[in-house]
Design a protein. Structure first.
Ligand code: GMT
Length: 380
């Protein structure tokens, strides 16, 4: 198949899923064309089946808001026509699904029907999408997609609840490539971070409000009272400086390291003992899955799709949003007993294997086939 992928080219979960999916599809022999405004973060190598088409937006002085959506739609028309694409897969509804709809209408004037699959990732529905600024467009473009997927059962339900959706939404969960995300021997690194054998807790995110990063610091401040420990904060974003200040206020700053954005996240996860994700909202929790693949158990909130990933008392624990005491108590419970910690680590990996790329990728491929088959009637 010749597949066009539209995504945000950043470190965010939806961009990571889109890029990893495209790479894996290319490995399976499909031709994959990424269409976005920057080279996607994890697309930094050459493959004969991978193509990148940049969307550039004219900076004409009249435009207070440069019209990215129009530039994207125009680029899609071009790429579909001249690369003979079979299908477009857009990740994150805003503004990708509506740009794809516009491209689809324009392509019809050339006698081309391009089926569009939209994957909903989370905040495009739960936060931004249901805001009335965007709601009518999001509803329309979901209903006009030839196929719609959501990354968890919870997100599927939310979408039906918040929008008037006539389309069937298929759940295809996030995945992890276990050949990349696995426990790596990084003992020297572990020694450098925790020279006295302290336990290592970790959080990775884009430090947006929805991640409740300050809860991470508060949980850690409670854990360290009982267990010698270090905390690694990976990523960057609006909440970072508040978190740094909170570390000073709680006098844990000597034991917390802010590492900023990191590429080789699997190496940092490999030295970690426990992952913290106290999010306010989380459609799936890809970062937690990546941690589990590296044998790291997880303490999460019970928001959104997290209960579909984290198994209570098996791979970690789930607590209500904001229940810092409960999360700290469970973190201590896992970390205080070496044998118990090992069991949780094994369980985390076993669960992550259920979301291996090799299992989830064929679900996307067969969904594309199904959508293509259905859209054949538009060609008659
Ligand atoms: O979580 C983020 O901040 C990034 C965001 C995105 O859209 O890039 O992630 C969302 O999509 C991921 C991949 O499908 C999911 O694993 C995350 O749970 C989801 N984030 C939220 O729902 C907050």
């Amino acid at each position: 198949m010749k597949i066009g992928i539209v995504c945000y080219p950043t470190f965010g979960g939806s961009g990571v899923v889109a890029t990893e999916l495209g790479k894996a599809l290319a490995d399976r022999g499909h031709q994959v064309h990424f269409v976005t405004y920057n080279q996607p973060a994890r697309l930094d190598f050459f493959s004969e089946n991978l193509f990148y088409h940049e969307v550039s937006v004219s900076k004409y002085p009249l435009f207070e808001y440069p019209p990215y959506e129009l530039a994207l739609a125009s680029r899609l028309v071009d790429v579909v026509r001249f690369e003979n694409l079979d299908i477009l897969h857009v990740h994150y509804a805003i503004p990708h699904a509506s740009a794809a709809f516009m491209a689809k209408q324009i392509l019809l004037t050339y006698g081309i029907y391009i089926p569009v699959v939209t994957t909903l990732h989370g905040t495009d529905i739960t936060l931004v999408g249901k805001d009335r600024t965007y709601k009518p467009v999001v509803t329309f473009s979901i209903n006009k997609s030839d196929g719609v997927t959501a990354v968890s059962e919870h997100l599927r339900k939310d979408t039906y609840e918040f929008f008037e959706i006539e389309n069937e939404i298929r759940v295809i969960p996030n995945f992890v490539d276990l050949t990349r995300f696995s426990l790596k021997p990084k003992d020297h690194f572990k020694k450098a971070i925790a020279p006295a054998g302290e336990k290592i807790l970790i959080h990775t995110s884009n430090f947006r409000k929805v991640k409740r990063t300050q809860d991470v610091i508060r949980i850690f401040a409670k854990v360290i009272k009982k267990i010698p420990a270090k905390l690694l904060m990976v990523g960057d974003g609006e909440q970072r400086s508040d978190c740094e200040q909170l570390c000073r206020d709680l006098e844990v700053d000597d034991n917390v390291r802010f590492l900023g954005k990191q590429d080789a996240i699997e190496e940092i996860l490999s030295v970690s003992d426990l992952f913290l994700m106290p999010s306010e909202s989380e459609s799936f929790g890809l970062a937690a899955l990546e941690a589990m693949a590296c044998k790291v158990p997880v303490i999460t909130s019970n928001a959104g799709g997290l209960p579909e990933l984290n198994v209570e008392g098996v791979t970690g624990f789930l607590k209500d949003i904001g229940d810092v005491d409960g999360m700290a108590e469970k973190a201590i419970y896992i970390l205080e007993d070496e044998a118990r910690l090992e069991t949780f680590k094994d369980n985390a990996l076993a669960r992550a294997k259920e979301f291996d790329l090799s299992i989830i990728l064929p679900r996307y491929e067969s969904y594309y086939m199904e959508v293509l088959e259905k859209s054949k009637m538009h060609l008659i």
